[in-house]
Design a protein around this ligand. Structure first.
Ligand code: CAA
Length: 419
């Protein structure tokens, strides 16, 4: 479909190894080697610009027509998931050797933002798969684990990150799922709740405690595949991101081979929180894209809709609200891109990621709520899709660390810096 983009990307940076499948976007660059020393935050490499254009096209042409049905049916269209794989968007940072695009973290952030402009559900599916699941394998997996799972995750198998439980959400390290050693296997018992992607996923990262006497230092990360006996107990019905699956999972004496311990026994808590620090930039990008998507839908309408003889968007009261929203979106954008670039440059980014996620969630809720009001009656109907952005925005303040958890994280840094 986007053969021109594929060819352009390949001419720009020839791949070290032929890709396993034809991809929209492919590069071998991990850093902005061509970037000048000082740039504005919205300066992108040529590859990143091409990626943005390609994702925009995919989101508009392939995802767009399905958004309303997927929301109404509370189900992701399987062709959207296969489309994401075909476009090379499920292994954005994965090396070419493992079948990925071997691109920058910012590329992943750009893809998540662009998808969210059209459908935040599709965006979070891609986000969790890339910034949580793939990244855990890339950063902490053994060579054998990477060789086995990264190509599958880049090519065809959806991943899921299983941390939260009925009694441990914000207090994530209080998780109750247990793992006990049995010869060459681990036996897992427990439940996970609110697990994104879990209905369609085939590869699961499960956090379980191997030694509760050590508290959170017993938490260990296990790789499971669906055929090991994961029970999908319940699919939640939600206010927003309804096409994104969120399920309860049960593990009843589920056997996992010892070689599927990822990162070492007792290392799971560090893996979980360090990956979430990165993942939060992804959620910031999702919320940023959502806010922009709502803005893009509602604002043109205000210049078409006439009341009292003039377009409603030209009344000063409306102009100022629209200008204010544009500023807020820009601030969310700068925080998000700044956190992404800091991460890429190997600098500290935890505080910046928390700020970006917190603020982008606030902006997403605010702008999408206003967008409904700007569009008036039609904004309140399901016809325009504007109200969906507002419903979808609410989750931004909840998953991958609530807004209060982000504030707590930021406050810890502030205290350290000023005392
Ligand atoms: N980065 C790195 N390390 C951190 C950290 C951070 N942001 N926060 C805490 N830690 C480390 C500490 O350094 C400490 O490690 P050591 O003992 O090795 O020194 C350890 O964690 C415990 O620290 P605290 O006592 O301060 O931690 P806590 O128990 O009070 O809470 C927390 C820590 C669970 C990480 C909490 O701050 C938090 O972030 N809760 C939110 C959990 C979350 O994001 N869940 C998301 C679920 S997944 C999801 O949502 C995916 C999806 O569906 C889209």
């Amino acid at each position: 479909m986007f053969r021109g983009v594929i060819q352009a990307a390949r001419t720009l940076r020839p791949r070290t190894k032929p890709s396993l499948r034809c991809r929209t976007f492919a590069s071998t660059s991990l850093v902005r080697s061509d970037a000048p020393t000082v740039t504005s935050l919205d300066t992108f490499t040529e590859e990143e610009v091409m990626l943005r254009d390609a994702v925009q096209k995919f989101a508009t042409e392939v995802v767009g027509p399905k958004v309303r049905d997927m929301d109404e049916n509370e189900m992701m269209d399987p062709s959207v998931i296969s489309g994401l794989f075909e476009q090379g968007l499920m292994g954005i940072e994965t090396s070419a050797d493992h079948g990925g695009a071997e691109s920058s973290f910012t590329s992943a952030i750009i893809a998540i933002e662009e998808l969210a402009k059209v459908d935040p559900s599709v965006s979070v599916l891609c986000d969790v798969h890339n910034t949580l699941v793939n990244t855990v394998f890339r950063k902490y997996g053994s060579k054998e684990q990477q060789d086995k799972f990264l190509p599958l995750l880049a090519e065809s198998k959806l991943g899921s990150f299983c941390l939260s439980e009925p009694a441990s959400g914000s207090d994530a390290f209080a998780l109750q799922t247990r793992a006990t050693k049995d010869g060459d296997n681990w036996i897992i018992n427990g439940s996970k709740m609110w697990i994104t992607n879990s209905y369609e996923a085939e590869v699961f990262l499960i956090f379980a405690n191997v030694d509760p006497s050590k508290g959170y230092k017993g938490i260990t990360c296990f790789i499971a595949t669906k055929d090991m006996g994961i029970q999908i107990a319940k699919k939640e019905q939600k206010l927003g991101i309804r096409a994104s699956s969120t399920c309860t999972l049960n593990f009843d004496d589920m056997k996992i081979p010892a070689e599927n311990v990822l990162g070492g026994e007792g290392k799971g808590y560090k893996i979980a929180i360090e990956i979430l620090n990165e993942g939060r930039i992804g959620i910031a990008a999702q919320m940023l894209g959502l806010a922009q998507g709502a803005f893009n839908k509602a604002v043109p309408y205000t210049y078409e809709r006439k009341q009292f003889g003039q377009p409603v968007g030209t009344f000063q009261g409306m102009q100022f609200q629209i200008a204010q929203a544009a500023i807020e979106i820009e601030t969310a954008r700068l925080l998000t891109y700044n956190a992404a670039r800091r991460k890429e440059e190997g600098r500290s980014f935890t505080k910046e990621a928390a700020m970006a996620k917190y603020w982008a969630s606030v902006v997403a809720q605010r702008v999408s709520g206003q967008a409904i009001e700007w569009a008036g009656g039609v904004g309140f109907t399901r016809e325009t899709g504007i109200e969906k952005y507002w419903r979808d925005s609410k989750i931004g303040a909840i998953y991958e660390g609530t807004s209060n958890i982000q504030l707590q994280t930021i406050a810890k840094f502030v205290q350290k810096e000023h005392s």
